[in-house]
Design a protein around this ligand. Structure first.
Ligand code: 1PZ
Length: 214
């Protein structure tokens, strides 16, 4: 068999996010978490500079995996059922950090905010041209989204990490999805689904007043 078959590809990540939505627009937690697990793998291939980011993401993925495998797993099938279950049972610190610092709701919110960054970044990448800089695309996407939730020191560290991102051509290669035209078409198919997952989660969190969980 071709060893390339087993090599990591960003395709798997996009597939996981594409599988997130049920017919009734519920968001399956299992696929959401699988998407993040894949993103972390991808981030790790980019080098040690990104370790502080990957470490935080891994921690959050592990927390959610704990719920997916835990005694209450029936309640963690979808993001909707998770929110319902945790709110009904007072398992969320709503106004300040307290007894539930690792609730599914607040943990997923961090990834949800980062998903917006991913959406903006991949969209920029999709429509970019030969001479565009991944560092600039990444920083723009970050400044438009996730940065507003981060303190100065994290913004500073993130800014430094963006500077050492591989250039556009190398970045397309590490995505390992195929030639540029294919990357562009795969992104074109996956991004509307990622946006939809983001939009539905955002509406759910807004409806329950959960967008600022500590
Ligand atoms: C391709 C280049 C990768 C750029 C990644 C862009 C995101 C930069 C985020 C830097 C933040 C990392 C440090 C940790 C911050 C945490 O304080 C926050 C809030 O969590 P809390 O402290 O409240 O528990 N964590 C986050 O905001 C989640 C960040 C996850 C970032 C995952 C990025 C995955 C990248 C995939 C690569 C394509």
């Amino acid at each position: 068999a071709d060893p390339q078959d087993h090599k990591f590809s960003l395709q798997e990540v996009l597939d996981s996010f594409s599988r997130c939505l049920s017919e009734s627009k519920q968001v399956y937690l299992e696929h959401y978490v699988a998407g993040w697990r894949g993103l972390v793998k991808f981030l790790n291939t980019l080098g040690n500079v990104f370790a502080f980011i990957s470490k935080d993401a891994v921690g959050k993925v592990k927390i959610l995996e704990g719920y997916l495998d835990g005694d209450s797993r029936v309640h963690y099938l979808t993001v909707q059922s998770m929110v319902q279950h945790e709110l009904d049972n007072q398992l969320v610190d709503v106004s300040r950090r307290g007894a539930h610092p690792d609730s599914g709701c607040r943990t997923l919110l961090r990834l949800h905010r980062a998903l917006r960054w991913l959406q903006l970044f991949l969209e920029r990448l999709r429509v970019s041209g030969q001479d565009d800089s991944t560092s600039v695309m990444c920083a723009d996407a970050y400044n438009q989204s996730l940065s507003q939730h981060h303190p100065w020191v994290v913004r500073k560290a993130a800014g430094l990490a963006f500077c050492v991102l591989p250039g556009r051509t190398a970045f397309f290669e590490v995505m390992n999805v195929g030639p540029e035209e294919r990357v562009v078409s795969v992104l074109g198919e996956a991004l509307p689904l990622i946006s939809e997952v983001h939009r539905i989660t955002e509406a759910l969190y807004a409806q329950h007043g959960l967008l600022d969980l500590p």
